[in-house]
Design a protein around this ligand. Structure first.
Ligand SMILES: C[S@@+](CC[C@H](N)C(=O)[O-])C[C@H]1O[C@@H](n2cnc3c(N)ncnc32)[C@H](O)[C@@H]1O
Ligand code: SF4
Length: 373
């Protein structure tokens, strides 16, 4: 479920997020979510919902009643697992933290907080609207309101040293319970950071320093019982985000809301869906036609197989080469597999699963491109 609004646009971010100065008509949006959920369920009926992710944008700008209406619509459209994981992405400001109890009452049972950094100078440089203290206060409120919570940090920030990141990460781990998402800063096209970087006004760590920052991330997290289960995600064993695993294991998911992507299996064919990214245009499309789809494509065997590699190799558990063979209609090229294995970038486990090694992870894109060639 994609909620596409933010209070302001962070200069590094290229997510589908929009700033509106007038109040958002949440009832109208909630009705459109309910309608698109109903239309989607008619295409993929009889499914059991195992996880729900309210992402954004900034879903913590929604009133708890809006979240409740969306969750009710899901419960009407499909069966929902008794142990369903319901995550809401929240910005860690004091205003938003006051809504946590309401979200919990509406059915949310996990929050993911965008803390980003634990020092005020970095937060300001990232254009964030909260201080480090406010973020840690929000984490403490999340801890009391929810059994499960996670927070995000961005590293490889301008001027960040390995030692400073080691200290910041160690402090973050002492505040984290079971899960942390640690993203290396990416300069995304068409963001203000991209313009500054291109103009030589934003110096970010070079490849060697970025690699050292990545290595210290793995070392510190593993030493504190939060090993990586995915290239940017760390959890105590058993506390992985079940929703993220759906994407990376190549399972089925519905994408509802402006700019949401889905993968639906209909009549034995996997379909890739995407909706209109523009919030108001999406609402109008849903009101007129019941859905906001702008993409609804059947994927070819090769596309399904490539996607399985691309997503599955992000996980430390890796992929099942047999599933790849079934999807692609041919096995992985044994010579390419052997070359990568000899180089030490991939490993094959006793049960046959193929995974990228820790030293191979920084080269993930190249490994995927090689295996998919
Ligand atoms: C949709 S946002 C999170 C929710 C919320 N809007 C917030 O900012 O706190 C998802 C996460 O992606 C990460 N992210 C966004 N842009 C990034 C970039 N250019 N490089 C690295 N991480 C990025 C941030 O850590 C962010 O918390
Ligand atoms: S990082 Fe979060 S708050 Fe900032 S623009 Fe992106 S989605 Fe919005």
């Amino acid at each position: 479920m994609h909620w596409p609004f933010c209070l302001s646009k962070c200069p590094y971010c290229d997510f589908n997020s929009h700033v509106r100065h007038a109040a958002i008509d949440e009832t109208r949006f909630a009705n459109a979510f309910a309608r698109e959920i109903e239309t989607t369920a008619a295409r993929v009926p009889g499914r059991m919902v195992s996880s729900i992710f309210l992402g954004g944008g900034t879903p913590s700008l929604m009133k708890p009643a809006t979240v409740g209406a969306i969750l009710d619509a899901i419960g009407k459209a499909w069966s929902v697992d008794r142990n369903v994981e319901v995550t809401l992405e929240a910005n860690p400001t004091s205003v938003e933290a006051t809504r946590f109890a309401g979200y919990r009452a509406a059915g949310v049972n996990r929050v993911s907080l965008g803390v980003q950094a634990l020092d005020d100078a970095s937060l300001q440089a990232l254009g964030r609207l909260h201080t480090a203290k406010e973020a840690l206060d929000a984490v403490a409120i999340a801890r009391r309101a929810f059994d499960r919570y996670s927070f995000d940090l961005i590293y490889a920030r301008p001027q960040q040293s390995v030692e400073a990141w080691r200290r910041e990460l160690t402090m973050a781990i002492s505040e984290a319970a079971e899960h942390l998402s640690l993203y290396q800063l990416t300069i995304e096209p068409e963001t203000p950071f991209h313009g500054l970087h291109a103009a030589g006004k934003l110096a970010i760590p070079d490849e060697t320093l970025a690699r050292a920052l990545y290595d210290v991330t793995q070392e510190v997290c593993a030493a504190h019982g939060l090993p990586a289960y995915e290239i940017s995600n760390h959890a105590r064993p058993g506390a992985e985000c079940r929703h993220n695993l759906v994407y990376w294991r190549g399972n089925e998911y519905a994408g509802i809301g402006p700019g949401a992507h889905g993968r639906l299996d209909i009549d034995g064919v996997r379909r890739a869906t995407a909706t209109d990214r523009r919030p108001e245009a999406w609402v109008m499309r849903v009101e007129e036609g019941g859905h906001g789809l702008t993409v609804d494509d059947a994927l070819t065997r090769d596309e399904c197989a490539d996607e399985y590699l691309l997503m599955g190799l992000r996980l430390t558990e890796g992929i099942d080469p047999e599933r790849y063979r079934l999807l692609a209609g041919r096995p992985l090229d044994p010579r390419r597999v052997e070359n990568l294995r000899a180089e030490g970038t991939i490993a094959i486990a006793g049960d046959g699963r193929l995974r990228v090694t820790q030293s191979g992870f920084p080269l993930l894109d190249a490994v995927v491109a090689d295996l998919a060639a």
